[in-house]
Design a protein around this ligand. Sequence first.
Ligand code: PMV
Length: 303
Amino acid sequence: MTGELHSGAAVACANIALAKYWGKLEGSDNLTAVPSLSLTLDALRTMTRVTFDPLLSQDAVALDGVAVQGRALARVSVLLQRVRHLAKVELFARVESKNSFPTASGLASSASGFAALVVAAAQALGLELAEEVLSSLARTASASAARSLFGGFAALGAGAQAAERVASGAHFPVCMLVCVTDLSPKAVSSTDGMRHTASTSPYYERWVSESPALFDRVKQAVLERDFENLGIATEESALLMHACMMAARPTLLYWTPATLEVIRNVRALREQGTAVFFTVDAGPHVKVLCLPDTADRVKHALA
Ligand code: PMV
């Protein structure tokens, strides 16, 4: 496999966790300390082309037309190296990736990014890998990316190598409105934030022990199509995770006044009788969960 170009392309969608994970198993290869369950969002996409080229002397990565350097480049190269190893190939790759949404601001760009990367790279090298293997490879770069290999609802168990499908999107059609509150990149990456929380938050152990029960509630609500209980457990998971981060020393606070304003508006809509719930990841944006028949009304009310 030398002297020729080998190219592959893939699209992957971002996912937002309804039952969150925050924290890795110490000393592991990026295995998560708690189980998580996510909803894949068809509107937030990463499109990636990977070309293995004998003329390259190192991997070259561009995201939205801008060259990626340093730690972010190294993270991509490590994943490419795992795929090269499986294919027994030594060629470097050119990676061109585009997001349909703001990158690195808590909008799950690493999830769709690493999922698209692993699928495109495997395709470029002619590897036919099972979904489970692709998910496990994506997980080594970003645990949330393991879930983006699947549409609909996907789960990643605590300590699990790969994610698995829980239910299709058609099983329980729900909508998620992404309220973008800030366009700047986030100040603390999720990897650094998790490490800091695990080592300094007095609530971290409690978060780890409470999370499996929250995961079970979220999963059961998805399987039973119980929107009310899904929303309540989703909010509890996000609030427990943020409370744990906020209690870290020094505090890890991703929220801005706009984050709180959206949360207050969601709660006001609920008090007026609309079934609507929020979740927040490692960034200031608020993701709002509602049913398809109320989505336009909720969008209008929050805009
Ligand atoms: O795996 P990462 O580095 O993309 O971190 C994801 C962390 C959260 O989005 C806050 C939670 C989750 O389960 O996706």
